[in-house]
Design a protein around this ligand. Structure first.
Ligand code: SAH
Ligand code: SF4
Ligand code: F3S
Length: 482
């Protein structure tokens, strides 16, 4: 980023803080009028990156004087949406209707939609036509303008440069941005852990994937900015951070002073007080020996790598534009297993990509058996309009269901065997929360990402404790603090 651009970014941050000040007045007046708190709710759909964005949205709302609540019938409810598969979109449409019923009770309620779905023109058209009660829509590139957009939504003033009005709905959608605002308010969901964006966007254009269209081109943040943010998080009580990007292995390549992801990890490792480092996602095509070396020698990088396979068939991988073949993936995964034996390897698999045959799925199953994934997220291919694969001849639905079940069964078998490997061992676990089903139990996470439940109390949350993994229950453990 040039110096001019970074100065530009600081000006933009100051501008947003001015709008936050103006909004404080507005929210304060509303409070006085109604004699109660003015509430806000942010609901996240999709990946860790959206979760991090939601923390920024909530940060702005809290800075403006709103009170955060868990329920969706707030005075302002924001849906931060995902469009990676059609069922993600359908879930949002299903739930906007419910928001309308809340708005009928609380006429002044504001409904805001943003994120990956609303980066798509066709979605915006549909919402403006069928859900005209939505107050504000913006996309992924202008999220940092949230305070400014809120101001216009509350005052009813117009600003032709920033948005258009379609009916009563304010719509602000940008094609791209070069601005990275570093210092706007955020409200972290967890006190002891946090995601940290190291890059935005994606340049890979896997032929099935909408992400490059809705998140724009790949942009890395400056390493110094990332380190500064992590130090501040550690000062604020964080002991675990997750470095986030669609393809972290290509981090830093396009910076004015290029730096590798492995080098960034070395720098993060040096931060005193930070105990655990995770990252996601690693694209196999860019995973370097340097990274394996850094992971192997690190005391802080967790023993887990998420390495999406997508398919085990070289023919399908080519059609997906993944840039590696079956053998290259196997070589890489087995090298990682050899170098770091206690590492957990998890993956993503898509079943039913256009033109996929039973033999292609056999190849996927072969890779699952050879790598022995610790877990795999298996998805049925979903057509995304605008992507290359959407124009290819599609598979038969019942064929896909059958193949999906075959893959799922194989994944469950290997995962069960892998998770069981640490049975009887005592390992450090970061205590994350009270168990959802049983309040006497706490839920912790091992370095290899396996969940373990054990007797304990709330005071342990955010601490790393040694837990004996007594009984493997498939994907998780019942354990005991040692
Ligand atoms: N950047 C990451 C993936 C982000 S999307 C990577 O390259 O690995 C998360 C997962 O959603 C992908 O790994 C893929 O398995 C799945 N996915 C993406 N597009 C999809 C589609 N059109 N249909 C089904 N699954 C999809
Ligand atoms: Fe999508 Fe591929 Fe980019 Fe991942 S690397 S976000 S799957 S285009
Ligand atoms: Fe979904 Fe956008 Fe993430 S499409 S998976 S929320 S980058």
């Amino acid at each position: 980023m040039s110096q001019f651009e970074s100065r530009d970014n600081i000006e933009e941050e100051n501008r947003q803080y001015k709008y936050i000040e103006l909004l404080k007045d507005i929210v304060g007046k509303l409070k006085n009028e109604l004699g109660r708190d003015i509430t806000a709710h942010v609901e996240t759909f999709g990946c860790q990156m959206n979760a991090r964005d939601s923390e920024k949205l909530l940060g702005v709302l809290l800075a403006c004087g709103f009170t955060s609540i868990d329920e969706e019938d707030a005075d302002i409810t924001v849906y931060n949406t995902c469009s990676v598969r059609d069922n993600a979109n359908q879930r949002v449409y299903g739930r906007i209707g419910k928001l309308h019923s809340y708005k009928k009770v609380n006429k002044d309620m504001k409904i805001v939609l943003c994120g990956c779905m609303t980066q798509e023109e066709s979605v915006i058209d549909k919402i403006c036509q069928s859900y005209s009660f939505v107050d504000l829509i913006f996309g992924t590139h202008n999220l940092y303008k949230f305070a400014e957009l809120l101001y216009y939504m509350y005052t009813g003033e117009s600003n032709d440069e920033l948005f258009v009005k379609r009916g009563k709905t304010i719509v602000s959608r940008w094609d791209s941005t070069t601005t990275i605002c570093e210092k706007l308010p955020t409200k972290r969901k967890y006190a002891y852990k946090s995601g940290v964006n190291i890059m935005f966007g994606c340049n890979n254009f896997c032929t099935y994937c909408i992400v490059p269209y809705v998140r724009g081109r790949e942009r890395s943040r400056e390493a110094d900015e990332i380190i500064e943010e992590i130090k501040a998080l550690v000062n604020d009580g964080c002991i675990e951070i997750m470095l986030l990007g669609q393809n972290v292995n290509s981090y830093g390549k396009n910076l004015d002073n290029p730096i590798t992801f492995a080098e960034l990890l070395r720098r993060v490792e040096e931060i005193d007080g930070l105990e655990r480092i995770r990252f996601m996602t690693s694209h196999p095509k860019d995973l370097s020996d340097e990274l394996i070396e850094v992971m192997k020698n690190s005391k802080k990088i967790c023993r887990h790598i998420h390495l999406p396979l997508q398919s085990g068939s070289s023919r399908i991988l080519k059609a997906m534009n993944r840039v590696y073949n079956k053998e290259e993936y196997l070589d890489l995964a087995l090298k990682i297993r050899r170098e770091i034996p206690d590492i957990a390897i998890t993956t993503d698999i898509i079943v039913g990509f256009p033109g996929e045959t039973k033999e292609d799925v056999d190849d996927t199953i072969d890779v699952i058996k050879k790598v022995q994934f610790d877990n795999a997220f298996t998805f049925i291919y979903s057509i995304r309009t605008g992507t290359k694969a959407a124009t290819m001849p599609q598979c038969d639905e019942s064929f896909v269901k059958e193949q999906f079940d075959r893959v799922l069964q194989c994944v469950q078998e290997t995962a069960r065997d892998r998770v069981k490997l640490v049975e009887g061992q005592t390992l450090p676990a970061l205590v994350e929360e009270v168990n959802e089903q049983d309040e006497s139990l706490m839920t912790g996470r091992l370095s290899n990402n396996t969940i373990v439940h054990f007797k304990g109390d709330k005071s342990l949350i955010g601490k790393i404790v040694n837990v004996k993994c007594k009984e493997c229950k498939g994907f998780y453990y019942l354990g005991e603090i040692e």
